[in-house]
Design a protein around this ligand. Structure first.
Ligand SMILES: [Zn+2]
Length: 467
């Protein structure tokens, strides 16, 4: 017998301020939104919205922002946060100190660490997360992470990442951390077929993501790009993160990292790079011309002393920029609202350093609202999506609220929008993904996190004890 499917409606009302991030960047007072089946039907002043829905959130005293979009992460690394041997090291030494522990990650450790990182993201207002996993051993697979993301309720872009050049062939990772290229490509095709959803409102998409120039081959980069393009999925890798990487590509390939990628067809509109710190003006212009995008990860770049990405130059040139918490062992948090604050502060430090050189120009301040743009609509562009990142009719009902009565915002309510970035970040009161309440009153509503955290700590201890 056929039963009529019930339409699910959600009404969020009475927000003190609602930041739309729409084309005219409207900020509405006393407003809310109405959603049907996960898509926004209406945004506006509360009196103009429908009066009832299946789920009604009264957001009095709260500010509502579009769900934040994370464009670079390694969720499994929550298992090695503050790892003693990697606390005070730059990228190559930091990686080398942790590879042995990471090669022991199995399916359960991957599942639990994915849940922990995603919970932290959701509690910071993130509703769409990209993860760049590139180590698949001991039964770990993309499937484990996609399942965990579905369980907790976040919108998830999973990578089928990879490493294929171990130490014996001139790469950085130990040989036991890499896979053979035929297996990588076969599993990449399987994962795309199984999980990639190209439709508007998709909860799961797949990205092909060979790890970095110092851990994958020319062939794998070319083949991954060909497969990704044949199947319509985006491509991602780390690039120009450190001077050490630049020295590596110059010595091994005779060119700088961006030139290396360009030769392999990787500077293109379906690609985004993590970090892209050490780039010339000509390389920025090339990114702009070819439409490739950047995931800016300020905390990681500071933590590993990698450098300062030229974000103002990217934006001035028209390059799409989103934010990534990266890590989680190079941050060592998954708090995306905090990352927006770090992006604003680091851009200001960069301006200050240029001013000392006599190069600063007017208009180079990154404002709080610009940092929020990077974290929302900017991230959506980087992931190639026009259905998230803003609150307007037709887009996904992805948003979060912050309690303006929190002590952190006291004295800053003349501009609540700027306060969310200038002041210390607070935990989301509500986080809603595709019309579903995933964080409620500051707690993950879909999962009991207590036992997950306990298990995570036990797994982290056993992984690192053996290192
Ligand atoms: Zn990374």
């Amino acid at each position: 017998m056929l039963t009529e499917r019930k339409v699910a409606t959600l009404l969020a009302r009475n927000a003190e301020v609602l930041v739309t991030m729409d084309g005219s960047r409207r900020e509405l007072r006393g407003a809310g939104l109405y959603a049907v089946d996960g898509f926004i039907r209406q945004v506006g002043p509360t009196p103009e919205l429908p009066e009832a829905a299946d789920v009604v959130l009264d957001l009095r005293g709260q500010i509502v922002l579009p769900g934040l979009v994370n464009t670079h992460h390694h969720l499994n690394q929550t298992l090695t946060r503050a790892f003693p041997a990697a606390q005070d090291a730059a990228l190559f030494d930091w990686l080398s100190a942790q590879y042995p522990a990471w090669t022991r990650i199995d399916a359960e450790a991957s599942r639990v660490s994915t849940l922990v990182g995603l919970a932290e993201l959701l509690l910071s207002g993130c509703t769409t997360a990209f993860d760049h996993t590139y180590l698949y051993r001991n039964g770990n697979s993309v499937d484990v992470q996609v399942e965990a993301a579905g369980e907790i309720g976040i919108r998830f872009h999973a990578s089928r990442g990879s490493m294929s050049v171990g130490r014996s062939k001139g790469g950085l990772p130990p040989d036991e951390a890499v896979e053979d290229e035929a297996s990588i490509l076969k599993d990449s095709a399987r994962v795309i077929d199984r999980f990639h959803d190209p439709c508007p409102g998709a909860m799961t998409r797949v990205v092909l993501a060979p790890c970095a120039p110092f851990s994958v081959s020319e062939d794998l980069l070319r083949e991954s790009a060909a497969l990704g393009r044949a199947r319509g999925v985006r491509l991602h890798t780390h690039l120009a993160e450190t001077r050490d990487e630049e020295r590596y590509t110059l010595e091994r390939f005779g060119v700088r990292p961006v030139e290396w990628m360009d030769r392999l067809g990787w500077v293109a509109s379906d690609v985004w790079f993590a970090h892209a710190v050490h780039v010339s003006d000509a390389e920025i212009a090339r990114f702009a011309r070819d439409g490739c995008a950047v995931a800016h990860c300020p905390s990681s770049n500071m933590r590993l002393a990698s450098g300062i990405a030229p974000v103002r130059k990217y934006l001035a040139a028209g390059v799409s920029v989103g934010l990534g918490v990266d890590g989680s062992a190079s941050n060592d948090s998954s708090n995306l609202l905090l990352e927006a604050r770090q992006a604003m502060l680091l851009a200001r430090l960069a301006r200050g350093l240029r001013a000392q050189e006599g190069e600063a120009r007017a208009g180079e301040w990154m404002s709080a609202r610009e940092a929020l743009e990077l974290a929302t609509i900017g991230g959506a562009r980087v992931l190639g999506r026009d259905d998230i990142g803003a609150l307007e009719a037709g887009r996904c009902a992805d948003f979060f609220s912050l309690d303006l009565g929190a002590v952190e915002y006291a004295g800053a309510l003349h501009d609540p929008v700027a306060a969310t970035v200038f002041c210390a970040p607070t935990r989301a009161r509500f986080t809603v993904v595709h019309g579903r309440v995933v964080v409620e009153d500051g707690r993950v509503a879909t999962l009991d996190m207590g036992p997950v955290i306990e298990r995570h700590n036990r797994l982290a201890a056993s992984l690192t004890a053996a290192s």
